[in-house]
Write a protein that binds this ligand. Sequence first.
Ligand code: FAD
Ligand code: SIN
Length: 521
Amino acid sequence: MITDYLVIGSGIAGLTFAVKIAEEFPERKVVIVTKDSEDESNTKYAQGGVAIVLDKDQDSFKKHIKDTLIAGDGLCDEAVVKMVVEEGPKRLEELLLWGANFDTDPDGAFSLGKEGGHSEYRIIHHKDITGYEIERALLTRVRQLPNIELLPYHFAIDLITDHHIKDSGVKPKTCYGAYVLNQKTGYIFTVKANSTLLATGGIGKVYGHTTNPTIATGDGIAMAYRAKARVKDMEFVQFHPTALYDVEGGSSFLISEAVRGFGAYLRNKKGYRFIPDYDDRAELASRDIVSQSIDNELKKSGDAHVFLDCTHLDIEKFKKHFPNIYDKCLENHIDIETDWIPVVPASHYLCGGIQVDKKGKTTLENLFACGECTRTGLHGANRLASNSLLEALVYAHNIYKYHSKHKLEAVNVEIPLWNEEGTVITKEHVLIQHNLKELQALMRDYVGIVRNNARLKRAVKRLDVIYTEVEDLYRESKVTTSLCELRNMINVAHLIINQSLERKENKGGYFNSDNINVIVG
Ligand code: FAD
Ligand code: SIN
């Protein structure tokens, strides 16, 4: 298959870019490959909303910039923060144009929520299902554009680079598209593209216990890493403080930070409101601080979870703002009017990723990246709540702008077909399952919220064994989605562990008890 633009991923990042470029160039072809159903993505589950400065009387760009810099703990790129924050209102206008709806107050102004680390009310939202609404609107627009071909259940295995094209005199370090697996037929084909966009989202599943859906296996980051693009800041995994406690500890339903913004309290089993002991902002401290504080409380008490107390809140208003959370709690026999919600931190977001400049360019020619798989410099050591959807919108726009100004050369090289010579259909599903569980256990036990050097070094050794077994299996097997995802998660784990070992100072979401600055409480 040949296309002008290949987009890998159909969350907010991939769809926004696809819509913009397809609208501008109706004669050019855009192919979106996505490994699950069209809408399955982290985007679909986003709850709190999008941080955008709208109330200029009370709020200002300056305040949003300051909050982002404080959350990022000194590691944000200030120019990027300024650019993203100031672009917010323009990008919102486009979302509205594409048909996304956001809640309004009785006076017609947008209803603005508040979350941890924000000094003002600035989160626009659609009840507590903001991501679902944005995804719906974007997919509706995509279907109206005949030059976009959207291929669900198509898995991108690897990027095609010079490495695949020998002796052709091609430009070094260039991307020419990707090898793609049709998951329904098992057929692997090449997509030759003048420009490729990685919009593959996050890595939550590497930890097992996560707020992310199962698609979040870090595929784009692993593909970029194998293609020798630069990947940075991987030690900054963000743990969301309030995932609904689940004995199994697998995928967890999120209790939005906006619930704390609405006035909920965190309590330990004895009913003590412990967060003010850690930070003056109490429940509205930034996410890294709240998660580390909960972790500390749990280690001190030996309890499995803490509680979120909403019993003092206006329940009718709560139901209106958070109907999904209210229903989900009821389903779990928790009536928030009388019961406290058991919550625990879970892996939620990756602040680092594929390094891109302000135009979304990676360190490879013709390879762009957008959204959660990237490291833009916006988040530094810890992302401010609800800055992620905003970042994806702004960078998708910047990448589109770059493409509308620069002529991309047509790919003019022979790309070899996928080579599966000597491979067989694997019967080793048990090996894949077993190694996945082992990987997730080692990430949970040795590379969690609080790390130390001995555990990180142990993780390196254990990961090495898993890596060797899985690479052997990969070489001799016909590829499957689960095998590729496992291989990708191993690459991502390797990057998180090694970049953790390189960091000698605790910052934001990274905390190593062997480093000098130690948590209070
Ligand atoms: P995604 O939306 O995850 O999309 C990635 C896409 O890539 C998917 O379609 C996936 O199937 C596809 N893909 C992945 N690998 C491959 C492959 N190998 N081949 C083909 N396709 C592939 N952020 C906020 O700003 N505000 C919030 O309120 C908020 N709430 C959140 C709540 C939850 C429960 C979660 C999990 C996240 C939340 N976030 C929030 C974070 C935010 O939702 C994500 O960071 C953002 O949606 C990422 O968008 P994306 O387009 O980069 O990736
Ligand atoms: C939430 O609603 O708590 C998630 C917000 C985010 O991840 O930005």
